[in-house]
Structures are given as C-alpha cells and as structure tokens.
Design a protein around this ligand. Sequence first.
Ligand SMILES: [Zn+2]
Length: 221
Amino acid sequence: MTLAAARKAVAEVSRRLASSGMVPATAGNVSMRDGDLVAISPTGATLAELTAEQVSVVDLDGRLVHGDLEPSSELGLHLGIYLQHNAGAVVHTHAPACTAVASVRDELPCIHYAMLAFGGAVPVAPYATFGSRELAANVVAALAGRSAVLMASHGAITYGTTLAKAYEAMELLEWASDLYLRTLPLGAARVLTAEQTEAVVTAAREKQYGAPRRAVSRTKT
Ligand SMILES: [Zn+2]
C-alpha cells in the first residue's frame, strides 16, 4: 500500500466511523502504519468530512512528514501502540456503550464467545488526561495480550493488522459493551469458563472461523 492509499483509507474509515455514531463531533481518531510512517487523522477535524489531503503523516518519533494539519492530540497514544504491539492500524472512539462501561467498571467481562477476537475480557485502562504520556502508557500496558481496551471515563481503542480489522474490532467492542449493558438489569451475566474459552479457540482454528471460504459441495441424499 502506498502512502497516498493509506491517507485515503484513514479518511474513508474516519468518515465511516462518523456515520456509525461511534464518534460524536470531533471525538475519535484513526491511524494506519505504512513502514516507518503513520497516517493519522488531524486534531480538531470533523471526521464526517475528512479528506485524504487533510490526513497528517508522521514518522515514528511523531515528526510531521506530510500534510498541513496538526496530527491528532492522541498521537502519542497511537505511536506507543505501534512501538509496543504488532499493529498495522489503530482506531480510538468515544463510542457510547464502550464509554458507559468504562465510566463504571474496571473490566468488560467475557460474556460472549465473539469477544475472544480481542483475547477475552477487555480491561479498562486507568484514567489520565487526554493526550498525556500517562494515558498512552496506561493504555499500552493494558493492551498486553489484548487487541482492545476501554479507557476509564474516556472511551475505547482497538488495533489490528489492517485498518479494516481495527475498525471491525471497534464495531465488535461497541456491540459487546452494549450487550453487557443490556444484561445488567437481568442480573449477573454468565462469563465464559476457561474450558469454554479453550473449546472456542480450538473450534475457530479448525473451522477457520471468521474468514470466508469456498463451500464444500454437498450431494443430496
Ligand atoms: Zn479520546
């Protein structure tokens, strides 16, 4: 993928996030790594109208390489994830269900097998001021063994090997948070046991779950 394609992809996913309702106004940011460079949405931008030309490009030290706009105020958070984890893209939002759980709980428990896509229960990283080194450090640490975390009294962040995967992870995280909120009036939700978790991982591996595959022809009997 070229840098121009990466800027276009960041702008497209930013607009898609805005239309999904997961990023009110200017809250939220998207980035994608291309070798030693990172294409990232600019600070203060209305994501619903973001164009490829408005996407900033920085090196891994955060120096602006292309673009006229100041990169996202969460640049340090994005760069910290690229340096510490095997991420190709990062998505950060203030999605309402994620933020509701992150405002009250210390963890989103693993109540549905689909959550194993994140690595299981999703931790809530401790609160720190937006854009601060402390927040970046808290989130990077909470991501150990996970591809998603909630951020206390703030929002959510996901990463993936591709931008499409990082976006899908955010959609799934918002769905899982909403699901959890729906269980609360009903009582304590069942949490997947270690045995159930292991069985899901085995089944997913055997069936290549989550990826489209050619149908095996079946003869009618
Ligand atoms: Zn934020």
